[in-house]
Design a binder for this molecule. Structure first.
Ligand SMILES: C[S@@+](CC[C@H](N)C(=O)[O-])C[C@H]1O[C@@H](n2cnc3c(N)ncnc32)[C@H](O)[C@@H]1O
Length: 354
């Protein structure tokens, strides 16, 4: 397998630790995966030497602390006190790795607190390339990343998100890209997994009827169009502004495993769709504070989409100013009609043939 691209269509998350501070929605989805993860940590085949856990698409690390702590505690009970545990965080080269390293030292929930013989590492390369030597990994974890496509070539002229376009040519191009990306990711990880290794993946997905993102992303697209009408985005920019994310259905995720029990020596042990609850809704119901509710959601949206949107705004223009304007418009739109935002997340458990 080549060590070179395909890379990724995405940009990393909003830097300066912004994603760490505004990813409570993602943390809520992760909490729903923890029992599957703990089960994988209890049942995975372990050898004699160090155990290697890999966190694909870690971003700035805060949301990895709890799952990595669960893994360390579960493996430590199985391995004994002094067998080394390696934790490898991977993300794009443009990721805010300093925020990750800082979180390992100073986040009150850091898995390094009180841990011994635990060794964190980081790799700044796309996971659409080989990342580890063959058969190195015992456990793999990836959350809220695999919806990003490996290419940003698909442009939707009717929506900000490629995967929410209803144009038939875009729908089929996204489905093709996401099918290829999923198979590519599975093949690469299979090489890196030890026999009997397990991988847990949670990522944004959809039903045939919807995605759960209709409200915030619909408002974001309306804000983009409005800025076009106000002369702040050119026609060309409106056409370029497509976030390279595609949402798979459970059938799409299952597709490689339909012909035979194994795909690339991987077995699909578990697959379901979780409707993630809105972490801000209860507080809003108590307080009725529309502005705070809208700010939480606008910040959450900016944390994952701000950098990719900025990168698609023409070079010569004032990117930060325009992105500030866009998310300020989004915030006021969201405050007009608050509702719970409940995205779908696919929960996938894979195991490597023994
Ligand atoms: C929404 S964040 C998720 C972060 C964290 N795992 C969580 O659950 O909160 C998605 C992450 O995936 C990363 N990502 C997207 N495409 C990637 C790729 N091809 N290779 C590695 N990381 C990628 C992004 O840079 C980003 O940090």
């Amino acid at each position: 397998m080549s060590n070179n691209p395909p890379q990724s269509g995405s940009a990393a998350m909003e830097g300066g630790g912004f994603y760490n501070r505004h990813s409570a929605m993602q943390a809520t989805g992760i909490a729903a995966l923890l029992s599957l993860w703990e089960d994988a940590c209890r049942t995975v085949d372990l050898g004699q030497g160090p155990a290697t856990i890999v966190d694909f698409g870690s971003s700035q690390g805060r949301n990895s602390m709890t799952p990595m702590r669960v893994a360390i505690d579960t493996l430590r009970a199985r391995l004994g006190p002094s067998v080394p545990i390696e934790i490898v965080h991977t993300d794009l080269p443009s990721n805010d790795f300093p925020a990750l390293f800082e979180a390992l030292v100073s986040d009150p929930n850091s898995y390094m607190i009180g841990a011994s013989d635990v060794f964190p590492f980081a790799i700044g390369r796309s996971y659409f390339t080989p990342l580890l030597p063959p058969q190195r990994m015992h456990l793999g974890w990836t959350t809220w990343a695999l919806q990003w496509m490996s290419s940003s070539a698909i442009k939707a002229h009717d929506h900000i998100l490629a995967g929410m376009s209803v144009l038939p040519s875009v729908v089929s191009a996204v489905a093709k890209q996401q099918a290829g990306d999923w198979e590519c990711f599975l093949k690469l990880r299979s090489v890196e997994m030890r026999p009997g290794a397990k991988l847990i993946a949670g990522f944004t997905a959809r039903t045939a009827a919807g995605t759960g993102w209709e409200w915030p992303l619909g408002e974001l697209w309306s804000a983009v169009v409005e800025m076009g009408e106000d002369g702040l985005f050119s026609e060309e920019e409106l056409n370029q502004l497509t976030i390279p994310i595609g949402l798979r259905t459970l059938e799409d995720i299952k597709a490689p495993f339909v012909q035979s029990e194994y795909f690339a020596d991987l077995h699909l042990e578990h697959l379901d769709l979780i409707n993630v609850s809105d972490p801000f809704w209860e507080e809003f119901e108590r307080s009725g504070d529309k502005a705070t509710f809208a700010k939480h959601h606008a910040d959450m949206m900016r944390a994952w989409s701000g950098p990719v949107i900025a990168s698609l705004i023409a070079e010569r223009r004032k990117r930060t100013e325009l992105v500030n304007e866009l998310f300020s418009r989004l915030e006021s739109r969201l405050s007009e009609n608050p509702r719970p935002h409940q995205p779908y997340m696919a929960a996938v458990v894979l195991s490597k043939r023994r």
